[in-house]
Ligand binder design. Structure first.
Ligand code: DX5
Ligand code: ZN
Length: 245
């Protein structure tokens, strides 16, 4: 893995579903590295989103890898269906999965990339035994279930810890972050050690359009030595203002 290269994974949760194909094509043209698809079942998280038919449709309009973030109670039950639809990788939560190792092995047996996800309240330490088996860790920077939430700055030390654990193992495991990533928070996550950024609202929810939004987001990712405290200050300020509403 080249740590200098930060990958962008637009999350279609915030896309305009009346023209989903066009929006994904725009993201691909603007340099997206993969497409992030959030699957929710109303049990694991208090929201419903999309299933394998969306993956099947998108498979016809993009060559980008399709990564499936499974926020569902029984991930094993749906894996075959998503693989058949054209998925390339799966992100499964540590929370609520009593047999995570088995799920990860099943994903690999299906010939796909496996990643493990941890929620904001879950410590990095739970990853220790599963790390050698996965190709990616997704650190949730909001509580899962909804787009358009504020980045939780308290997750930054955990991103750093996960990166340290991976570096110590000398593995090429990717560190991805998901939730509230925008022009202010992207650099903070990258400085902490993330090399893949999921972004929904910051890419699909902007009036300037997908291409301009992606260009702006990429330009905002500064190398860590150029990072100032401005991003962190803005991030805390927004959360504070929000708590007053
Ligand atoms: C939240 C999802 C995210 C969501 C991110 O549960 O996992 O992928 O789409 O949306 P933004 O970028 O708007 O926070
Ligand atoms: Zn997600």
């Amino acid at each position: 893995m080249d740590k200098g290269i930060v990958k962008l994974a637009p999350s279609i949760l915030s896309a305009d579903f009346t023209r989903l194909g066009q929006q994904v094509a725009d993201a691909e043209r603007a340099g997206a590295d993969r497409i992030h698809i959030d699957v929710m079942d109303g049990h694991f998280v208090p929201n419903l989103s999309m299933g394998a038919p969306i993956v099947q449709s998108l498979r016809r309009v993009t060559r980008l890898p399709l990564e499936i973030h499974l926020m569902i109670s029984d991930p094993d039950f749906f894996l075959d269906e998503f693989v058949e639809a054209g998925s390339d990788s799966f992100l499964v939560h540590w929370e609520g999965n009593a047999n995570l190792h088995r799920t990860v092995q099943r994903i690999k047996a299906l010939g796909k990339r496996a990643g493990v996800v941890i929620n904001p309240a879950t410590p990095a330490a739970v990853l220790e035994e599963i790390l050698p088996d996965v190709e990616q860790v997704l650190v949730m920077t909001v509580n899962p279930g909804f787009g358009h939430q504020h980045f939780l700055p308290t997750t930054l030390p955990k991103i750093r810890r996960v990166r340290q654990m991976i570096d110590q193992m000398k593995s090429g495991c990717d560190v991805e972050v998901d939730g509230g990533i925008d022009a202010d928070t992207a650099s903070l996550a990258v400085a902490a050690g993330a090399n893949i950024l999921v972004a929904g609202t910051a890419i699909f929810g902007q009036s300037e359009g997908v291409t301009a939004a992606m260009t702006r987001l990429r330009a905002a990712i500064k190398p860590s030595n150029e990072l100032t405290s401005t991003g962190l200050a803005r991030c805390f300020e927004r959360r504070y203002l929000c708590s007053l509403e």
